[in-house]
Design a protein around this ligand. Structure first.
Ligand code: ADP
Ligand code: MG
Length: 304
């Protein structure tokens, strides 16, 4: 189901529906496919009501029913759509979001939507791990097969948690990132950036100013917040019309004291330098630039 469609279904849900979904979520802590009895216990509703709601929720596409010939009894599990509804419900209740709008981007491992918080436009990033391309699936087939569906949902929650915590940390050190607003389950709510992915920017009057700005933010993250982004490229830098850059997509960031931090920092910087060389013919030497972002040089030096 598309995230947009989920917003429509979400509006039709009543309190007992959400209690049954929550009941499944809680029962999943001790059961891969909780039976109706366990769900009833957590939902704290009469059995008939739970049965009725489970049927309804299944018709709406918000859960998975596993038949007795698969597991010996009738069991239930959440899918991403059901999990989306639980997260949206919590975010609405917390006053973090009031409405879901248009798609801003379908990433490798996320769906990103515009939303409203009061009159303010915000961004909702739904983490969706496990949605892997065919080539990657082949390469890591053993890994994928050993992972249950609920485990991917859990991994997505961890990714969202990590991303939100990192956004808050680096934002506190004035690294240019979207404003972190709220987080629930696998969803992060942050400020909306009105701009383009660096990759989609056609021409830039002074590319070295934009590049210096990106490098300054890598430096602030490393020197002040002690964080390395870890997936930096022209796809994870947004540029506003006025040339201001913002760095997005932080779930895989690592601490600067991680044993591989310097290698990963080098890779991040190389991705950015290669892009500017290819697209804007702006060329910086890697070693000096690396020293600059690590705080060992005062200026990112342009080659002669
Ligand atoms: N705060 C934001 N404001 C506007 N657009 C965003 C924002 N965050 C993400 N996007 C858009 O969604 C795309 C995917 O988001 P990203 O965080 O990079 O996730 P992924 O891990 O899926 O690449 C981005 O490339 C960008 O186009
Ligand atoms: Mg990205």
């Amino acid at each position: 189901m598309s995230t947009k469609a989920i917003a429509g279904v979400f509006r039709t849900l009543e309190t007992p529906d959400l209690r049954v979904l929550t009941g499944i979520e809680l029962a999943l802590g001790s059961h891969a496919y909780p039976p109706i009895e366990d769900i009833r216990k957590y939902a704290n509703l009469p059995l008939d009501e739970v049965r009725f709601r489970l049927n309804l929720l299944q018709k709406k596409g918000l859960l998975r029913r596993v038949s007795p010939d698969m597991i010996g009894y009738e069991g239930y599990s959440l899918n991403y759509s059901g999990y989306d509804c639980l997260a949206l419900n919590a975010l609405v209740k917390a006053g973090a979001v009031d409405a879901l709008g248009n798609s801003l981007g379908i990433g490798k491992e996320s769906d990103v939507y515009e939303g409203l918080r009061g009159k303010r436009r915000v961004t909702l990033k739904f983490h969706r791990l496990g949605r892997i391309s065919f080539r990657q699936t082949r390469r890591t087939r053993g890994f994928v097969a050993s992972r249950s569906h609920t485990s991917w949902i859990y991994q997505s929650r961890l990714a969202a948690e990590r991303e939100f915590q990192t956004l808050k940390l680096v934002h506190g050190y004035r690294v240019s990132v979207p404003l972190p607003i709220a987080h629930n389950r696998h969803v992060v709510v942050m400020g909306l950036i009105q701009g383009l992915e660096l990759n989609d920017v056609g021409t830039i009057d002074a590319p070295e100013i934009v590049l210096n700005n990106i490098l300054l933010n890598i430096r602030k993250a490393y020197v002040r917040a002690k964080i390395v982004h870890g997936d930096l490229s022209e796809f994870n830098v947004m540029v506003r019309k006025n040339g201001k850059v913002l760095i997005i997509d932080w779930p895989q960031s690592i601490r600067a004291n991680h044993p591989n931090a310097t290698d990963i920092l080098r890779r991040d910087v190389e991705h950015v330098l290669k892009f500017f060389k290819r697209k804007f013919k702006t060329e910086y030497p890697i070693e000096q630039t690396l020293a600059y972002v690590m705080g060992q040089l005062q200026q990112p030096q342009a080659a002669a």
